[in-house]
Design a protein around this ligand. Structure first.
Ligand code: GCU
Length: 136
C-alpha cells in the first residue's frame, strides 16, 4: 500500500537545484544534485513502522550514481545504486527498506561520488505487503 509521495522539490536540498527541463517528473520538477560528493536531499516523513523507501530517479549517463540513505542519521543503505536509466527523461525507481521511528523522521539521500546523485523526482513511502499497515 502506498502511503504517500514526497516530492524532492519540496524537501530540504543541500548542494542541488530544482529543475524541470527533463520531462516525466511529477509535481513541479525534480532535484538535480550538484556534481559533488556530499550533495543531498532530506525528506521529513512521519512514522512509525517498517516501510519501503522508493526513490524515483533518472540518470542519463552510463555510470552509477550511488547514494547513502540514512534515517535520522543512521545508515539504512550504503552506496545504494542509481544506475543509468538511458536518458534524463527516463525515470526508474530504486528501493530500500527502513524502520521509521514515531513522529518525524529525517530521510536523507547523499551522493557518494564526485558525479553527485541522479536527478531525483520524489520519495515514495510504501508499507511492504508482508508488514501490517501502521497509521501514517
Ligand atoms: C545534465 C542534465 C542534468 C543532470 C546533469 C548531471 O546537465 O541536463 O539534468 O543533472 O547532466 O550530470 O548531473
Amino acid at each position: 500500500a502506498v502511503l504517500a509521495d514526497y516530492e524532492a522539490e519540496d524537501a530540504t536540498i543541500v548542494q542541488g537545484v530544482v529543475e524541470s527541463n527533463h520531462a516525466g517528473f511529477t509535481g513541479r520538477g525534480f532535484v538535480n544534485y550538484n556534481n559533488q560528493t556530499g550533495s543531498y536531499v532530506e525528506w521529513t516523513v512521519n512514522g512509525p513502522g517498517a516501510v519501503d523507501l522508493t526513490f524515483r530517479f533518472a540518470n542519463g549517463t552510463t555510470v552509477n550514481r550511488p547514494m547513502d540513505v540514512t534515517v535520522n542519521g543512521t545508515a539504512v543503505a550504503s552506496g545504494l545504486a542509481f544506475n543509468g536509466t538511458g536518458a534524463w527523461t527516463t525515470w526508474q525507481t530504486q528501493t530500500t527498506r527502513a524502520t521509521l521511528a514515531a513522529g518525524e523522521n529525517k530521510i536523507r539521500a547523499t551522493a557518494t561520488t564526485a558525479n553527485g546523485g541522479p536527478n531525483v523526482d520524489k520519495l515514495i513511502v510504501n508499507v511492504p505487503d508482508n508488514e501490517p499497515p501502521t497509521a501514517p
